[in-house]
Write a protein that binds this ligand. Structure first.
Ligand SMILES: Cc1cc2nc3c(=O)[nH]c(=O)nc-3n(C[C@H](O)[C@H](O)[C@H](O)COP(=O)(O)O)c2cc1C
Length: 266
C-alpha cells in the first residue's frame, strides 16, 4: 500500500500531542498532509467529519490514565470509512495506563482500521519551572523516535497488499471501567495585577470556559484543568495554585523523575 495523504487529527490543549503527530507525519514522508485539530470547540457544521483515503494519525493526551474525556467526546464526530489509522497517546511521564487501548477501541468504533500505535511523551500539563515534570518533552530524542516510528509505519504498509492482509494490532491495557477520575470543577487562579486582558487564555481554552471583559471569569463546570490557559498566558497571570493541583504536581514531580521512553506497537 502506498499512502498519498496523512490526515493529522488531534486534541492537544498544551500542544505536545500536536507536535508529536507532526513528527510522525514527517517520518512517514507522505506527499500531502491535512490537519484536523479538534482542540477548540467545534462549530455547528462539524457534527460529522468523514475521513476517506490516505492514513489518519490520531493523537490524544492521557488524562488520569485514559483518553482525555474531551478528546473522546470530539472523536465521536469522526467517520473512518475503513481508513487506516495510527493511534498515538501522549503522556507526562507518569503512565498511559488504559489510554492506548481505549483510543484503539474508540477509533475502531468510528470505522478506522488501526495499523500502528504509540505511547509517547510530552511535558506534563501541571509542570512548572518550580516543579518540573517531564519538562521540555518531546525533546530531540522523542522527536527522532516519532519520525522513526512514522518511517516504520510507511515501511510496514509498503509490504501490505491491502488492509485485509493486516495482522490485528495488539496494544496493552483494557477498556477503562467507571467514571473519569481526573480533576474537574476547579478553575485557575487569576492575578488581576499581572493580566493585560489580551484574551489569549480564552482563545486557547478548548471548552470555552473563559470569558474576558473588564475582568476574567472562569466557568468551573466547563474547565477540564487542561492548563492551555496557564501555558498560553504571556504574563503568568493564570495558574493553578490550589492545594489539590499543587499537591498532585508535587507528587508527580517527586515520583516521576525516572525518564520513560516511547513505546511503539507495529
Ligand atoms: C487533567 C490531566 C490529567 C493527566 N493525567 C496524566 C496521567 O494519568 N499520566 C501521565 O503520564 N500524564 C498525565 N497528564 C499529562 C498529559 O498527558 C501530558 O502533559 C500531555 O503531554 C498533554 O498533552 P497536550 O500537550 O497535547 O495537551 C495529565 C494532564 C492533565 C491536564
Amino acid at each position: 500500500m502506498n499512502i498519498e495523504t496523512a490526515h493529522l487529527i488531534c486534541y492537544s490543549p498544551t500542544r505536545t500531542t500536536f507536535t508529536t503527530i507532526q513528527h510522525i507525519a514527517n517520518g512517514m514522508d507522505v506527499p500531502t498532509t491535512q490537519s484536523l485539530d479538534l482542540t477548540l470547540p467545534p462549530g455547528a457544521s462539524d457534527a460529522e467529519i468523514s475521513i476517506k483515503g490516505g492514513i489518519a494519525i490520531i493523537g490524544v493526551p492521557v488524562y488520569a490514565g485514559r483518553v482525555a474525556p474531551m478528546a473522546a467526546e470530539r472523536l465521536k464526530a469522526l467517520r473512518g470509512n475503513n481508513t487506516p489509522a495510527i493511534i498515538v497517546v501522549v503522556y507526562g511521564n507518569r503512565h498511559y495506563d488504559q489510554a492506548l487501548y481505549e483510543l484503539k477501541t474508540l477509533v475502531e468504533a468510528s470505522g478506522f482500521v488501526v495499523v500502528a500505535g504509540a505511547a509517547l511523551l510530552g511535558e506534563h500539563s501541571f509542570s512548572t519551572p518550580e516543579m518540573p515534570i517531564a519538562e521540555g518533552r518531546p525533546d530531540e530524542s522523542d522527536k527522532m523516535a516519532a519520525r522513526d516510528f512514522g518511517a516504520s509505519v510507511t515501511e510496514k504498509l509498503k509490504h501490505l497488499s491491502d488492509l485485509s492482509a493486516l495482522v490485528p494490532l495488539k496494544v496493552p491495557g483494557a477498556f477503562p471501567e467507571g467514571a473519569y477520575a481526573g480533576p474537574r470543577k476547579i478553575v485557575p487562579d487569576w492575578k488581576a495585577s499581572l493580566c493585560i486582558l489580551c484574551g489569549l487564555c480564552a482563545e486557547h481554552c478548548p471548552t470555552g470556559a473563559i470569558t474576558v471583559g473588564k475582568t476574567v471569569t472562569f466557568d468551573a463546570s466547563r474547565c477540564t484543568v487542561c492548563c492551555a490557559c496557564v501555558k498560553g498566558c504571556p504574563k503568568g497571570a493564570v495558574a493553578f495554585n490550589q492545594p489539590k493541583i499543587h499537591n498532585i504536581a508535587g507528587v508527580l514531580h517527586t515520583n516521576c523523575k525516572t525518564r520513560r521512553e516511547p513505546e511503539l506497537f507495529l
